[in-house]
Design a protein around this ligand. Structure first.
Ligand code: FES
Ligand SMILES: [Fe+2]
Length: 355
């Protein structure tokens, strides 16, 4: 079953690097059931979780060397998906293979390409360099979200909700009142919001560890279809943060990678890294706990929102000024889906038909 809510020609995170080992791991991405494992060289293999013979799930089989053995009648498939052994016969049917998918490990994540393999260009994987930089430290996790992945994107593209959903930690009146700017280019959207001369919300005050008014920034960087890196922080007012000198403040990057599982569920990989007190493990633990609690509050409202949508399938969303970032994100996703429907880019209609 294909869906019109997510493009196929895109890199999707299938898990953290540590999620996949020398064991068969089933995962559903964009409504496809896949099985992942590492070969003896450490490379990640991703293939359809359905045997060529009678569609038994390969994830319930076993690894033998670098091959997968089907749990039902023992067909063996090598990491490229080709069958290399059939029981009770010497000749292997040349069509016996399982589809495999390009897999790339980068920035502590495993990325898969589900669409046309000829278009799988790994330079289009979002550049999340903070996750592997020695100058940034932190940790995160994975949330299984019971909603359309685009609701998570909407939530992250409009942080006005912090005032109402997270009032005791990262939200206060200043967030909902401050203006913001939205720009877009190619597959990216950027939402920039500065709140100057405000009281810091509790979580950021604790990170800063100093009293006094602050300048706060939230710079949301979306890359279609579903990665959002948010540059956040505070510095004491008058120390030059809006002009570019953040040295007197605290800066965190909130990395969010959301992979559709089905139309109404998603894998939400998140990580928060900071460039201060990078050796302080207790800071890592307390920030992770604090952010996990913030995301739990988001989860609750997003799942309730999905239930509301399910009860009112014909109701369309209203869009306000605050929704500009999310609307642009959805436009970028829709453009990718439309491009796939149109066929190879740049070809005249007549040639597309033959492409
Ligand atoms: S279903 Fe896999 S070997 Fe028969
Ligand atoms: Fe939130």
């Amino acid at each position: 079953m294909t869906s019109t809510s997510f493009p196929q020609n895109a890199w999707y995170a299938a898990g953290w690097s540590h999620d996949v080992a020398r064991a068969l791991k089933p995962v559903t991405i964009c409504q496809r059931k896949l099985v992942l494992y590492r070969t003896s060289s450490g490379a990640v293999t991703a293939m359809d979780d359905a045997c060529w013979h009678r569609l038994a799930p390969l994830s319930k089989g076993r690894i033998e060397g670098d091959n997968v053995v089907c749990p039902y009648h023992g067909l063996k498939f090598e990491p490229g998906g080709r069958c290399v052994h059939m029981p009770s016969q010497d000749t292997i049917n040349p069509s016996a293979c399982v589809r495999t998918y390009p897999a790339v490990e980068r920035h502590r994540m495993i990325w898969l390409w589900l669409g046309d393999p000829a278009l799988a260009d790994d330079s289009t994987i979002p550049d999340l360099w903070w996750l592997t930089s020695d100058d940034w430290a932190g940790d995160g996790g994975t949330i299984h979200t019971k909603c359309d992945y685009r609701l998570v994107l909407d939530n992250l593209m409009d942080l006005t909700h912090e005032t109402f959903v997270h009032p005791e930690s990262i939200g206060n009146e200043a967030v909902a009142e401050a203006p913001f700017d939205v720009t877009n280019e190619g597959r990216t959207v950027k939402v920039t919001r500065w709140m100057k001369g405000i009281d810091a919300p509790a979580f950021l005050r604790a990170q800063l560890g100093k009293p006094g008014d602050v300048d706060r920034w939230q710079i949301i960087n979306f890359t279609a279809p579903s990665t959002i890196a948010i540059d956040v922080g505070v510095a004491l007012t008058g120390t030059g943060a809006p002009e570019g000198d953040r040295s007197q403040g605290v800066n965190l990057m909130v990395i969010n990678i959301i992979t559709p599982e089905t139309d109404k569920t998603a894998h939400y990989f998140w990580c928060v890294v900071r460039n201060y007190r990078t050796q302080d493990q207790s800071a890592t633990v307390s920030i992770r706990r604090g952010v996990r609690e913030v995301f739990r509050q988001d989860e609750e409202i997003l799942e309730a929102q999905q239930e509301g949508m399910d009860r009112h399938p014909d109701k369309e969303f209203y869009n306000l000024n605050i929704d500009a970032g999310g609307m642009w994100a959805r436009r970028k996703i829709d453009a990718m889906i439309a491009e796939e429907a149109d066929g190879p880019k740049g070809l005249p209609q007549a040639e597309r038909a033959n492409a």
